[in-house]
Design a protein. Structure first.
Ligand SMILES: [Zn+2]
Length: 197
């Protein structure tokens, strides 16, 4: 399978924890090759593109050989998606999913693989040296985001299900991006109109 080529369109979530949940092609009617994170290299490249890792750190992540690593990344992502998707729909998150995030983050800190930062900034609750600590890092970042992100501004794109923080002034952003989903929706509506009249 070829590497995912990350572009700015993959990073429209408004927060890296939200972008992480969007590392699948779509949340609605996915097919077999729906996942955008298929190898440690995809993860390493994602970290670098997201500005969360240096090139050296990204290379170290890419070199992870643990056969369970991708499963852990994907499980964590699905737990994180479950939490933020619920928040976006104004529902309480599933305790199990929230538990996964807190548990993985806690393990990172208690094993000292993850260290708190001296000063806090969004998505910078912790930092890591050991590339395997990125599971804990992603978990800690997601825990932090689930607390600090404004819930009333969390949205799910009605077309693809990607999540985002609506930072528009009026709070009326509907699509993950006008280019990828807004226009397609318009195009398909237009097509339907043409087909049936
Ligand atoms: Zn969309």
């Amino acid at each position: 399978m070829s590497d995912t080529v990350w572009t700015p369109e993959h990073f429209i979530g408004g927060h890296p924890a939200i972008d992480f949940t969007n590392t699948v092609f779509t949340r609605h009617m996915p097919d077999d090759d729906n996942d955008l994170l298929n190898s440690p290299r995809d993860v390493g490249n994602w970290f670098q593109f997201a500005g969360l890792a240096t090139e050296g750190q990204a290379d170290a992540i890419s070199g992870i050989l643990d056969p369970f690593f991708m499963k852990c990344v994907q499980e964590l992502r699905e737990a994180s998606f479950s939490v933020f998707d619920a928040l976006a729909a104004d529902n309480p998150p599933a305790p199990d999913a929230l538990g996964v995030l807190f548990d993985k983050a806690a393990k990172g800190f208690s094993t000292h693989r993850l260290r708190p930062r001296r000063t806090y900034a969004a998505s910078e609750i912790a930092h890591f040296d050991d590339p395997k600590a990125i599971i804990a890092f992603l978990a800690a970042m997601s825990v932090e985001a689930s607390i600090v992100l404004p819930r009333q501004r969390l949205r799910a794109c009605p077309r693809c299900g990607w999540l985002f923080v609506d930072t528009s002034r009026g709070g009326r952003r509907r699509w993950c991006s006008m280019q990828t989903c807004g226009n397609r929706e318009k195009a398909s509506r237009h097509r339907v109109r043409v087909d049936f009249t």
